[in-house]
Design a protein around this ligand. Structure first.
Ligand code: ATP
Length: 328
């Protein structure tokens, strides 16, 4: 087994709360294990632009509570090209880096797998870091818990004002392909309806559901719409419903990027620490082209190939059914 000596760590794709605790764990576990550790700025862009710096245990002091990522992140188009990958490889060789921990979503994993197949002397280990919670191989991804808590806090406040005015609110939350945040937040906030990319909802059914709520003397209603819902966007849905239900004053709120920010929750701090620690251990044990994840509260290693091909992620059916019943 080829031993590793110098480890690079990067964050890539969308930022997610919990990335910093994970970086801290990677740096400290690496150094504790006798490795040199290098921080790579702005994801794969830093590999191509040779934007890297030596890290020590103090480089990651006092970051457990910080949202975002101290290494910055980017969406890097040149890394998709052979030339970009070649430049990245040459820079890594020049720096003497022989292993990488990449923290990000499925795009990040796709890049890591392609790169490592081309240049297998660079070992790679993925850590699932995305607020979308849509990666195979880990029940939870870094940032999902914090983002959901942020959404819940915001919707609780909207519920107060909705109730005071007998209003119906449509609230758009993040999730272009994943309804994970919408579903959890919907359960937490008692949403009257949750519109998800994974499940088609007919607007007529939604209207009927809201009318039933009125009939049952609900004083306010909250409909959560994931970004990727197929009904044409939150404003369009609100307009179509307003045309049919005149009693309610309908308002729309788009929560937007505030969902990405904020101090990581206790859950995400523990998860980031566990996954960062496990990623370095896995590399030291000879694993490559894999990801570490959490399954049944245990760390599990899954090949990137499997994680990416089994990508079809399914939302919990029981939560969907339960949310409908509990919102009568
Ligand atoms: P999120 O789930 O938050 O969007 P992500 O990791 O899926 O995170 P992407 O922007 O899809 O975010 O991917 C991150 C980066 O990974 C891209 O900017 C690009 O540099 C690299 N990447 C994605 N797909 C490929 C690919 N097919 N080949 C090489 N690199 C890729």
């Amino acid at each position: 087994m080829q031993k590793i000596s110098k480890l690079g760590v990067l964050t890539s794709g969308g930022d997610a709360p919990g990335m910093n605790p994970c970086i801290r764990a990677v740096v400290r576990t690496g150094i504790y294990s006798g490795l040199n550790v290098v921080g790579i700025r702005k994801g794969y862009q830093g590999l191509i632009e040779n934007d890297m710096y030596d890290m020590n245990p103090r480089s990651v002091s006092n970051i457990l509570n910080l949202g975002g990522t101290i290494l910055k992140t980017a969406r890097c188009l040149p890394f998709r090209t052979d030339e970009g990958m070649e430049t990245a490889y040459q820079n890594l060789k020049e720096q003497g880096i022989d292993a990488l921990v990449v923290i990000g979503g499925d795009g990040t994993f796709t890049g890591a797998l392609r790169f490592s197949k081309k240049y297998p002397d660079i070992k790679v280990m993925g850590v699932p870091g995305t607020i979308d919670n849509d990666l195979y191989g880990s029940t939870y991804t870094l940032g999902f818990d914090t983002a959901t808590n942020t959404v819940v806090e915001a919707i609780d406040k909207i519920r107060d004002t909705a109730d005071a005015h007998d209003r119906l609110f449509f609230i758009e939350v993040m999730g272009r392909d994943s309804g994970a945040i919408a579903l959890r937040a919907g359960v937490c906030c008692g949403a009257e309806a949750i519109l998800l990319p994974e499940k088609a909802t007919a607007i007529d059914d939604l209207i009927e559901n809201l009318r039933a709520g009125q009939h049952n003397k609900k004083s306010s209603s909250i409909v959560i719409v994931a970004e990727g819902d197929k009904n044409g966007g939150v404003y369009d849905i609100a307009r179509r419903v307003q045309n049919e239900i005149k009693v309610y004053d309908i308002k729309v709120t788009i929560l937007g990027h505030l969902q990405r920010g904020g101090s990581p929750s206790a859950f995400d701090r523990v998860l980031g620490s566990r996954l960062g620690y496990a990623a370095v251990k896995a590399l030291l044990n000879g694993h490559t082209q894999k990801m570490v994840g959490l399954q049944a509260n245990n760390i599990k290693i899954t090949s990137l190939e499997e994680a990416l091909t089994q990508h079809e992620f399914k939302l919990e059916q029981d939560l969907m059914e339960m949310a409908d019943i509990l919102s009568i």
